[in-house]
Design a protein around this ligand. Structure first.
Ligand SMILES: *Cc1c(COP(=O)(O)O)cnc(C)c1O
Length: 223
């Protein structure tokens, strides 16, 4: 299957209110351009250097999303152009993004990453940590970031029940936080969940953004 066929097939199964982030990590710009050339404009990368490199090589009308773990000292390399940072897992990082956004006269949209999987290695706030952090109100002082919602990754498993219950828990947490801390904040509206193997389940459970890589570009040599 070509990239074009993959994209068309996936898009036909995604409702219009769900955004498709084409995860282009590890694939060179000329390959990623095949998706651009059939209309894809939103791409996700998980490494700062690769993200900045492709952004400089590829057309300006692309929205670049940082989907991976982001170190504070690297925020400055993507602050001038990044459209959405999915993996904000501490208020310390949020503060750095705010500072770098201000230097660039920008407001950078961010998602707070929540640890929903059973594996220990995945980054993110626990639901309790996140509630505690929001309770402090510290985020209100960061005027150059906009918290758009939550992001999470399900456990790497074939067990659909486990995946579904983790996605459901993330959506429930989103609803709860929306009610408690973002009630009249219209921009708090995204739940980024779902990848190549589980995006359909994620959509059924309320995802508004799916991050799909290998189902579009084929399997990666490395991750
Ligand atoms: C790589 C990656 C994806 C895409 O994974 P696929 O299984 O190739 O669709 C999605 N989200 C994050 C955070 C990733 O690092």
């Amino acid at each position: 299957m070509s990239i074009e066929e993959n994209l068309l097939r996936i898009k036909s199964t995604i409702p219009a209110n769900v955004s498709l982030i084409a995860v282009s990590k590890t694939h060179p710009a000329d390959v990623v351009m095949e998706a651009y050339n059939v209309g894809q404009r939103v791409f996700g990368e998980n490494k700062v250097q690769e993200l900045a490199g492709k952004a400089s090589e590829m057309p300006d009308d692309i929205e670049w999303h940082m989907i991976g773990h982001l170190q504070s000292n690297k925020v400055k390399y993507i602050a001038p152009f990044v459209s959405l940072i999915h993996g904000v897992d501490s208020f310390k990082l949020l503060k750095v993004i705010d500072k770098e956004a201000a230097k660039n006269n920008r407001i950078i949209p961010c998602l707070l990453q929540v640890h929903i999987a059973s594996e220990e290695t995945k980054f993110g706030f626990s639901p309790e940590e996140l509630k505690f952090a929001l309770q402090t109100g510290e985020h209100h002082q960061y005027k150059n970031v906009e918290i758009r919602g939550l992001m999470g990754m399900a456990t790497f498993t074939d067990d659909e029940k486990v995946i579904r219950s983790e996605f459901r828990a993330l959506k429930q947490l989103f609803d709860e936080l929306k009610e408690s801390y973002f009630k009249d904040v219209l921009t708090f509206r995204e739940v980024s969940m779902g990848m190549s193997d589980d995006y359909q389940i994620a959509i059924e459970e309320g995802s508004t953004m799916v991050r799909v890589g290998s189902a579009i570009f084929g399997t990666r040599e490395y991750t």
